[in-house]
Design a protein around this ligand. Structure first.
Ligand code: MRU
Length: 335
């Protein structure tokens, strides 16, 4: 029997560890849209496996016409979420390969090998950038992170949480503060889950408490991931990252953005060009399925924001560290 794609349903964490089966590209796209799997690199890896499922079905149904037959599925996968560039990056990489494949042979083995390579390369990149990011942390300190940029959000190990894991191993960390990250609570549900499992001391903060925590001292770095980094170094990440970066600058706390190069979009000139996803207002008006707002209130629910490059002290990728990022440094980094 052919293997399905199994995805840990992150919506149920930390209470339940249940896997969802995706039999085809449509199931896979729905899992991305509905937040079963989330986090920019994880979405990219998932889309790569979704392309394998799309090709499998197209080959079975249409034989030698499989490349044309899977185009609808490719569009469905690409449209699953708009902000994380890793999704389109992974689909483009799979597409480049499939164009070179013969029409008259089963494409699945070659595409599956490529999807696995994307997955494994992401894990390897996270280990490299995690160690590099940790090398920026001096002495022994505490850090604050926002959302979840951990193993759950990537192929494994994590970007921001990769830096934190490496710093912890190096004996450089006292404590991790994690913003709870309304409305999906990626901080409370996912980052805390990962830190507790690794034995790394973690305290949750209501998002609005971050400024007071930085004012209190003892935290020297904000460490976050990203969904898309524009060519000028502007960074899209989970809503609230921008306010955290502003507060950090006001308190002399440095901001580190940890992300693989698959998150850098050189075709996107600045943050103003990054498509920002706005989700259902109902996600804000309720919490855990229970209404929390006055009936009749409306809500505005953009789920990402853009932190201007001038508020970022370092972008760390698997290729190295970009200090005080700007367009020239990004271009050199990606050359
Ligand atoms: O809406 P989400 O949970 O997909 O948002 C995730 C984030 O904003 C992460 O910080 C980002 O994708 C980096 S993950 C390594």
């Amino acid at each position: 029997m052919d293997a399905d794609l199994l995805l840990l349903d992150q919506r149920l964490l930390p209470h339940e560890e249940k896997f969802i089966h995706c039999e085809n590209a449509e199931d896979t796209a729905r899992a991305v849209t509905d937040m079963v799997v989330r986090g920019a690199p994880a979405i990219g890896v998932t889309a790569a496996y979704g392309m394998v499922l799309a090709a499998r079905h197209a080959w079975r149904q249409s034989g030698a016409d499989w490349k044309t037959a899977m185009q609808g599925d490719v569009r469905t996968l690409a449209a699953a979420r708009p902000t994380a560039v890793n999704l389109g990056w992974a689909i483009a990489r799979m597409d480049d390969l499939l164009r070179t494949l013969p029409g008259d042979a089963d494409p699945e083995p070659a595409l599956l090998a490529e999807a696995r390579a994307i997955h494994e390369e992401d894990v390897a990149a996270n280990h490299v950038l995690g160690d590099l990011g940790a090398s920026l942390i001096e002495g022994r300190t505490s850090v604050i992170t926002h959302c979840n940029a951990g193993a759950l959000a990537t192929g494994g190990y994590g970007t921001a949480l990769g830096v934190i894991r490496s710093a912890w191993k190096a004996g450089k960390l006292n404590h991790v503060y994690a913003d709870e990250t309304r409305p999906w609570l990626q901080g409370s549900r996912l980052t805390a889950w990962e830190m507790v499992r690794d034995g790394i001391p973690v305290s949750l903060l209501a998002d609005g408490a971050a400024a007071a925590r930085l004012a209190a001292g003892g935290v020297t770095w904000v460490v976050v991931g990203s969904d898309r980094i524009a060519a000028n170094g502007d960074v899209a990440n989970k809503i609230g990252t921008y306010s955290l970066a502003l507060v950090a600058r006001a308190h002399g706390v440095k901001v580190m953005v940890a992300a693989p190069t698959s998150t850098i979009d050189m075709n996107c000139p600045s943050g103003a060009d990054i498509p920002i996803e706005t989700r259902d207002p109902g996600e804000l008006l309720a919490c855990g399925g229970s209404p929390v707002a006055s009936a009749g209130a409306q809500a505005w629910n953009p789920v990402f924001d853009v932190t201007p490059a001038e508020l970022v002290d370092a972008i760390v990728t698997e290729r190295g560290i970009i200090s005080a990022p700007d367009a020239r440094k990004l271009a050199m980094h990606m050359a």
